[in-house]
Design a protein. Structure first.
Length: 400
């Protein structure tokens, strides 16, 4: 158990470090304007990714945990379901490239291969996590992270923004090739239907789209309304570290997810047992972020000083999104209540859009919308979990 936990934490630490290392590299290598263009294109990629996975990774995680002896067949089913969604996502991302200035357009299009690679990669990762095969995840993440950073640093240093974009275009080579053998074995596995798989993924999709929409819409609004690469760069740096707190704690949630799926406990019981750890880590992370803000002039540097006041408020938002807004919907999902997972995040998106739509170029209003959305998700999911406090079985399991 301890060795498995080590593999899991190490692999996910690498996965979470990669975006920061890439951001630090590009901040040092690119001008503020070029970094804003990169962030604008990245927001399109993240946004399209959020609604073109079809909820397949979420369904793969749960069904691989429910059917550990048929996990390769689950992965085969998942890839079959994923391919149409991937095709649609590529069309949408290509189309979005035509809505932005030329300097952002070709960076957006460079993300097309990365989109396909990420969709497949997240599905494979969910398959491995559901099987508790964290050693394979660690080795895969180590090799892909090193190759990705090497390419980004080398090409970005030589050719600037165009080189960084090229490294993303090559992502299928450094991101998916290391697990090509696993894909082949899954394709040779028996084909099975797994009733409920598609429905679970479809409902999960709406929750994931809503959640990601809360995070990416500010950049979209800032780009389309104001067209200011500098404002986008400031938003990116103000929220990067605070929202990373949610990413870190999400790995703890993901570690327990397959265990919760198989455990006889109600969502409310799981939440109450998790509460001290959740808030202890959330508060500790927020204090570390506050300490990091004292060195802002050193990094990201004086060019980003105007973003520091927003950073302090973003820390509170990061805390909100790292506690109840993160844990409660995922606990409900692990027990099969996927509609409640999606309902919480759809409610959060509604609140966020109400504020974002009035913000214009005012970053303070975007921060208010982000925080209000986090609070809304936690309250809605908490109410659902309390209503399910007497249900200890996992929906869809053999004993439910």
């Amino acid at each position: 158990m301890r060795l498995q936990a080590f593999f899991y934490l190490s692999g996910n630490l690498l996965q979470r470090i990669y975006p920061f290392a890439e951001t630090f590299l590009l901040t040092a290598l690119l001008s503020v304007e070029d970094f804003g263009r990169w962030s604008w294109a990245t927001s399109f990629y993240v946004g399209v990714l959020s609604f073109t996975h079809g909820g397949i990774p979420a369904a793969t995680l749960r069904y691989s945990a429910l059917h550990p002896h048929q996990a390769h067949s689950v992965l085969r089913r998942a890839i079959q379901k994923l391919l149409p969604w991937m095709g649609g996502g590529l069309i949408v991302l290509f189309s979005l490239g035509w809505t932005v200035p030329e300097e952002v357009r070709w960076v957006t299009w460079a993300y097309l291969p990365a989109l396909g690679a990420t969709l497949i990669g997240e599905t494979i990762r969910s398959h491995l996590r559901g099987r508790l095969d964290d050693k394979t995840i660690l080795l895969w993440q180590l090799s892909s992270s090193l190759l990705g950073l090497l390419l980004t640093g080398t090409l970005g240093g030589l050719y600037g923004l165009r080189g960084a974009a090229l490294s993303r275009a090559l992502q299928p080579l450094w991101g998916i090739a290391p697990v090509g053998g696993l894909l082949w074995r899954a394709w040779q596995a028996p084909s099975k239907a797994f009733p409920g798989f598609g429905r679970f993924g479809w409902i999960a999709l709406w929750g994931n789209v809503a959640m990601e929409g809360v995070f990416v819409l500010p950049v979209w609004f800032l780009g389309w309304r104001g067209g200011s690469e500098i404002l986008i760069a400031h938003w990116r740096w103000a929220t990067l570290l605070p929202l990373s707190l949610r990413s870190v704690l999400a790995q703890i949630i993901l570690y327990f997810y397959p265990i919760w799926t198989q455990r006889r406990a109600s969502p409310w019981q799981i939440y109450r047992s998790l509460w001290p750890l959740l808030h202890g880590l959330g508060l500790s992370g927020a204090l570390l972020l506050a300490a990091a803000g004292m060195f802002w002039e050193t990094f990201p540097g004086r060019a980003y000083l105007a973003a520091r006041p927003y950073y302090w408020v973003a820390i509170l938002n990061g805390y909100l999104w790292s506690t109840e807004a993160l844990a409660l919907p995922n606990i409900l999902s692990s027990k099969g209540y996927i509609a409640y997972f999606s309902g919480a995040y759809l409610g959060a998106l509604g609140v966020a859009v109400l504020l974002y739509s009035t913000a214009g170029s005012n970053l303070w209003i975007y921060l208010a919308g982000l925080g209000a959305a986090g609070g809304t998700a936690g309250v809605i999911a908490g109410w659902y979990a309390y209503q399910m406090r007497g249900n200890t079985h996992s929906k869809g399991s053999p004993d439910s």
